[in-house]
Design a protein around this ligand. Structure first.
Ligand SMILES: C[S@@+](CC[C@H](N)C(=O)[O-])C[C@H]1O[C@@H](n2cnc3c(N)ncnc32)[C@H](O)[C@@H]1O
Length: 207
């Protein structure tokens, strides 16, 4: 039986361990620490490691994800770290956000379904204020080669769910780019991202 995406993620997050650890993604952390805290949106925040980190740095955090188990883990982590985040369960079209209201948007391993991804990203960019920042890290299409040699790196198994530089550049077309790069990197993130992989990073400011 094939599970739908929400059930698949719920199954992964129902384990007691944090699937990608309880510490933030290193690139997200380093870029966030350069910014003055304000409002931030984290789509696909999973078990909340990144949203909770932002809250500990003084950001006003909204997260959303399709997984109810992810929400439980995220709220437990927020409680443990003594901070609050708002975590909405659902897809973007069921979320209560208004256009041009966020100072930052963080997309960390947000491998949305390929058929709707460009519209999804465009709608997310609309939620950002002019002058707001995007912090992005996700697996590149080349990660399939790394995954073949080292399954522990994880990431989607199909090229369609992975990003190319060109796609990321066009999703953030109307941005001043601080960094856009495909890099080989070593990840140590919980149970499912371990070893050498290939990621795309973007950091830029909406024009
Ligand atoms: C690889 S996990 C990354 C989780 C988190 N960003 C992190 O880095 O720890 C991908 C996440 O995307 C979420 N997701 C997939 N499709 C989604 C959608 N259409 N809307 C919101 N979240 C989605 C999944 O539930 C899962 O939590």
């Amino acid at each position: 039986m094939t599970l739908n995406p929400a059930d698949r993620w719920n199954q992964r997050y129902a384990q007691p361990e944090y699937a990608y650890g309880s510490l933030p993604n290193v690139y997200f952390q380093s870029r966030l620490d350069e910014l003055t805290p304000g409002t931030i949106l984290l789509p696909a925040d999973g078990e909340g490691r990144n949203g909770v980190y932002a809250a500990t740095r003084g950001w006003d955090v909204d997260s959303f994800d399709i997984s109810t188990e992810g929400q439980k883990k995220a709220l437990a982590l927020a409680k443990e770290r003594n901070v609050n985040i708002r975590y909405h369960v659902g897809t973007l079209d069921t979320a209560p956000f208004l256009n041009q209201t966020f100072d930052a948007l963080a997309l960390v391993y947000a491998h949305f379904s390929p058929d709707t991804r460009s519209d999804y990203l465009a709608s997310l960019v609309n939620l950002l204020k002019v002058g707001g920042y995007v912090i992005f890290e996700a697996f590149s299409k080349e990660n399939l080669l790394y995954r073949g040699k080292n399954p522990g790196i994880g990431g989607p198994p199909d090229a369609g769910s992975l990003y190319s530089l060109q796609e990321v550049r066009s999703a953030f077309e109307h941005f001043s780019i601080v960094e856009l790069a495909q890099v080989e990197t070593e990840l140590h993130e919980g149970l499912y991202h371990n070893g050498l992989g290939s990621v795309i990073r973007f950091f830029g400011r909406k024009l």
